[in-house]
Ligand binder design. Structure first.
Ligand SMILES: *[C@@H]1O[C@H](CO)[C@@H](O)[C@H](O)[C@H]1NC(C)=O
Ligand SMILES: *[C@@H]1O[C@H](CO)[C@@H](O)[C@H](O)[C@H]1NC(C)=O
Ligand SMILES: *[C@@H]1O[C@H](CO)[C@@H](O)[C@H](O)[C@H]1NC(C)=O
Length: 321
């Protein structure tokens, strides 16, 4: 029963990430019992989270106990001498985890919450998805950036392309606004990350990549997570077709980043060429409309956009210099 629930949750969250998850019913929790495995999953979640220290070391509830099990277990050993069942549950969870395409943090804390639900009389534990977002926001907060600024900095992906994620398709862009030589610095990226993903470009799905909506386009798992997470979804949506707003915010966040830990620099901005402007409204790629948008911000209406005419495009790679 409960394993059915785990499989369902994993399928649900993984499908939010653009993947169909397959976790067999009998794979965890002694076949659905409130037994040693359910208890051990909870202990694992505890040790993962308590590895966090307010003095700045340790990542907290990030799944690192699972992902970096050999180094993190050293800490558990200092904390508590009986570690046998921690080793055992890591060994049991590892093969299931690697099949789910979830981040270690999302998987481990999901497994604990579902495992505890096997036990009559236990509370229904809350579960928050999006540990990669939590990790990135925490790291950026430590450097002085708030969630909105992290989203604005991701405007950089509108002019980015991936070379290493799938080495078989170097120069694969993250949005469709590319011409023969270059990207455009517009907000098409923020729109396209929200479109339902249907396929992987190149050689199948790679680590850090989720399904993208257009042939020849790559979507990063972390970009999609930011677009859907309640802490960042409205900042993401706010960027769609807001060219001058995003130009200003991106510039300010970049300026802040350049000055981190620096002092006494001389402002030489006048040596930087003035970029060409982009004033058009962005449009849905041909064949898409608002019914394809995975809207995650419900407090403001989604902007109304036209659709490019014709059949769905195939995005060309950016030539490598
Ligand atoms: C620990 O993680 C590695 C991958 O880094 C994995 O191969 C190994 O099986 C894990 N150990 C256990 C006990 O699960
Ligand atoms: C995980 O991703 C790989 C590559 O994208 C895919 O082949 C596999 O089916 C996915 N697994 C699940 C459980 O979604
Ligand atoms: C989107 O396009 C589909 C056909 O591709 C159409 O059925 C649907 O009404 C359109 N939805 C919107 C909101 O325009």
């Amino acid at each position: 029963m409960v394993l059915g629930r785990l499989a369902m949750f994993v399928a649900l969250f993984a499908s939010q990430l653009g993947n169909a998850a397959v976790v067999k019913r009998s794979e965890l929790f002694d076949g659905g019992e409130c037994g040693e495995e359910a208890h051990a999953a909870l202990r694992l979640a505890f040790h993962d989270a308590i590895g966090f220290s307010t003095s700045g070391t340790g990542g907290g509830a990030d799944g690192s106990i699972l992902a970096f099990n050999s180094t993190e277990l050293a800490y558990v050993i200092r904390f508590e001498s009986r570690t046998t069942s921690i080793d055992d549950i890591i060994a049991r969870q590892w093969p299931v985890f690697t099949k789910t395409n979830l981040t270690a943090g999302d998987f481990l804390h999901l497994a604990a919450a579902v495992g505890v639900a096997n036990c009559p009389g236990s509370p229904q534990l809350p579960y928050s998805f999006g540990h990669s977002v939590t990790d990135i926001l925490a790291r950026m907060a430590d450097a002085g950036f708030v969630a909105a600024e992290v989203v604005w900095l991701l405007a950089s992906h509108s002019i980015g392309d991936a070379n290493k994620i799938d080495p078989s398709i170097p120069g694969t862009p993250f949005d469709s606004c590319v011409n023969t030589l270059s990207h455009c610095s517009d907000t098409q990226f923020f729109l396209e990350v929200l479109l339902q993903g249907t396929a992987f470009p190149g050689n199948g799905g790679q680590s850090g990549e989720v399904l993208s909506p257009l042939a020849g386009e790559m979507r990063l798992q972390s970009d999609f997570a930011f677009s859907q997470d309640s802490r960042t979804a409205c900042f993401w949506q706010e960027a769609v077709n807001a060219q001058s707003f995003i130009m200003g915010k991106f510039e300010a966040a970049m300026a802040k980043m350049q000055l981190l830990g620096q002092s006494g620099l001389t402002d030489c901005s006048d040596v930087i060429p003035v970029p060409a402007t982009f004033t058009n409204n962005i449009q849905y790629p041909a064949s898409f409309n608002q019914s394809n948008v995975q809207i995650a911000c419900t407090t403001t209406p989604f902007p109304s956009l036209a659709t490019v005419a014709g059949p769905a495009p195939t995005v060309s790679p950016v030539p490598q210099s």
